[in-house]
Design a protein around this ligand. Structure first.
Ligand SMILES: NC(=O)c1ccc[n+]([C@@H]2O[C@H](COP(=O)([O-])OP(=O)(O)OC[C@H]3O[C@@H](n4cnc5c(N)ncnc54)[C@H](O)[C@@H]3O)[C@@H](O)[C@H]2O)c1
Length: 359
């Protein structure tokens, strides 16, 4: 098994995706060394699934190059997965400087630290589907499309892509620098799943309202997003890291990991489905207040990951929604959330080799 005893340095391990990825990697036999600020929300998956006491975590800032370099050197990882970020569009309007500092200079610092750590063979930098210049096209964006982003968050992710590409060409080019690390970036869309409590994200907003017995206010109900369960892109990142390990030159560059075409659905579709799955206590209404600009249409073309990595989505949107409703009901009923999360990862693993399209 590829991941058995691999040492993985994971930035952003205390966040929503980082917590799922820690548990997934642990199930695969890897040793995870996390580097991040404290969990960004209360509650958090990191705390409620008891990941804090059960994995290594260095509490640190990616803006702190000295601590990052020291931590990475000491950890001696084989693989680095960089996910730490200010991950919210709305927060990026309130704090653009902090967003750029973390998302852009943080990425520079991680790559700089890797230059000084001989052990690292493979790095995956996690950005976002929002890194692309959004032209409201009806078709999916391909990896060679222009970077862009109107709001500071999206734009910072486009910048992180450019930084990654410049570092790869300048410092991780074997013929020029002799450094062995193979580097790729991963672009995924809006992920959903149990344990997300972020402010101003659709699913946590819905769940918080349901748990309080209130009607949830929905902004931008007609915006179409490529929804996918959190385990889908995470499995893509791991598949990509494995491929980079075997052939760094062939697999470096940018990679899209998105859902099946039919699962790019409007916000209203998601809300209605969750409400139906939850039962009559779930209510919603449109929020007519003015909101800052958010892109209306964005879809990824994942042909490259499909053809070259053999990666494809394993869950349809309905299944992802059923799984997240199961998780939040478990939260409400105070079940053992570590057990439930581990079980959902196990069930996802059992789908290996089967695609969502039933191929
Ligand atoms: N959630 C999504 O729908 C989605 C979609 C596309 C891309 N992404 C990307 O995936 C990654 C993880 O997203 P998430 O949803 O888990 O976000 P999250 O907000 O739940 O977690 C962010 C993580 O980064 C850490 N962090 C933030 N600022 C930091 C700093 N200055 N120094 C060190 N650590 C810091 C936090 O402590 C936390 O561990 C991010 O890079 C995000 O941009 C997320």
């Amino acid at each position: 098994m590829f991941w058995t005893k691999k040492r993985v340095f994971l930035t952003g391990n205390t966040g929503f995706k980082g917590s799922w990825l820690t548990l997934l990697l642990q199930q695969l036999g890897a040793e995870v060394i996390g580097y991040a600020l404290a969990p960004p929300t209360t509650p958090s998956l990191f705390e409620s699934a008891k990941i804090r006491g059960d994995s290594r975590w260095i509490e640190g800032d990616v803006r702190d190059l000295e601590l990052l370099t020291k931590s990475l050197k000491e950890a001696k990882p084989d693989v680095v997965i960089h996910m730490a970020a200010q991950a919210l569009v709305r927060e990026s309007y309130l704090d653009p400087v902090g967003t750029y500092a973390t998302n852009v200079m943080g990425t520079v610092n991680v790559l700089e630290a890797i230059r000084n750590a001989d052990s690292v063979q493979v790095t995956v930098v996690v950005t976002s589907d929002k890194c692309y210049e959004n032209r409201e096209w009806p078709w999916g964006y391909r990896e060679n499309e222009a970077m862009g982003g109107v709001d500071p968050y999206s734009n910072s992710k486009g910048c992180a892509e450019l930084v990654t590409s410049a570092y790869r060409a300048s410092f991780f080019n074997k013929s020029k620098s002799g450094h062995r690390a193979a580097i790729a970036s991963a672009r995924a869309g809006n992920v959903i799943g149990g344990g997300d409590w972020a402010a101003d994200r659709l699913v946590p907003d819905i769940i918080r309202a349901i748990l309080k017995g209130e009607a949830v206010k929905i902004r931008n109900p007609h915006s179409i997003r490529p929804w996918q369960h959190v385990l889908e892109p995470l499995s893509g990142y791991l598949r990509l890291a494995e491929a980079l390990w075997t052939d760094g030159t062939k697999f470096e560059g940018g990679w899209n990991f998105g859902p099946a075409d039919e699962d790019a659905q409007p916000v209203s579709h998601l809300v209605e489905k969750i409400a139906t799955l939850w039962g009559p206590s779930a209510r919603w209404e449109f929020d007519e207040d003015k909101h800052p600009h958010e892109a209306h249409y964005l879809k990824l073309d994942c042909s490259k990951a499909r053809m070259s990595l053999g990666w494809r989505p394993r869950m349809r949107l309905d299944e992802a929604l059923a799984s997240l409703v199961e998780w939040y009901r478990g939260y409400r009923d105070q079940v053992d959330l570590r057990k439930l999360t581990d079980q959902q990862i196990h069930e996802y693993g059992a789908r290996a080799g089967k695609s969502a399209a039933g191929e």
